[in-house]
Design a protein around this ligand. Structure first.
Ligand SMILES: N[C@@H](CCC(=O)N[C@@H](CS)C(=O)NCC(=O)O)C(=O)O
Length: 222
């Protein structure tokens, strides 16, 4: 059975989880602590410490750099999901960079503000150290102080997506493509703590999000 190694609020893990649910296949989730990547290290033969990692029999999939979509492309190929049609590759490549940088930024910070609720006690020291090593001392308090600004930033950055789904059911087509799952994953991190909702002004995006939460591959012709 396919195994997804993850932690539950990771935006990039939510992307893969939703793609697997969309595909309608049975899969197993293995949650690891943010601060202990030993399972990933072992699975990848000491080549990777990030999540997500996907294990499918003898195949172990993980990203090669920030701009690859190895796992999604593998699932797309294996289950023929139609997520990466060639004629949309260019526009998807531009969009996913924006989604994974400009949208992911405020989303993960707003989620991390609530780290004490999110991270199990045993992992909290490693979590704070990991964040501060990467983003500087006091970053979590800083993000809490910037909460209003971060929310406004996210709302403004989501406007182009609202404009896209006002005229069609999904971002760039009349069926979900990879970028829909990618945006869904980043927003999944933002929504994970239960402290936030999608900006009310973005009504079409709210509808899109409800659609994205329940669609299955079998709802669409291949
Ligand atoms: N582009 C990668 C990004 C993955 C990523 O940034 N994962 C984070 C968790 S959300 C991680 O494990 N980073 C390495 C670390 O925290 O040391 C992907 O799509 O999988």
């Amino acid at each position: 059975m396919i195994e997804l190694v993850q932690f539950p609020w990771s935006p990039f893990c939510i992307v893969q989880r939703r793609i697997l649910e969309f595909a309608g296949v049975r899969f197993k989730i293995t949650n690891i602590p943010n601060g202990d990547r030993s399972r990933v290290w072992k699975l990848t033969k000491e080549r990777y410490y990030g999540v997500p990692v996907l294990k499918d029999g003898r195949n172990v999939l993980f990203e090669l750099n920030d701009d690859t979509q190895v796992i999604s492309k593998y699932l797309d190929w294996k289950f023929n999901l139609g997520l990466f049609p060639k004629e949309l590759e260019g526009v998807q490549s531009i969009l996913w960079r924006f989604i994974e940088n400009d949208i992911e930024g405020p989303c993960f910070k707003l989620s991390d503000i609530h780290w004490k609720e999110l991270v199990p006690k045993a992992d909290q020291l490693r979590f704070v150290r990991h964040k501060e090593r990467k983003f500087g001392r006091g970053c979590l308090d800083q993000w809490r102080a910037q909460e209003g600004e971060l929310r406004a930033q996210l709302e403004a950055r989501l406007l182009p997506f609202e404009e896209m789904v006002r005229y069609r059911a999904f971002l760039i087509d009349d069926r979900p493509r990879f970028v829909d799952f990618d945006l869904f994953g980043m927003l999944g991190d933002f929504l994970y703590t239960g402290h936030y909702q999608l900006p009310k002004a973005h009504t079409a995006l709210g509808e899109w999000h409800r659609r994205m939460s329940r669609i299955k591959h079998t709802d669409f012709h291949t």
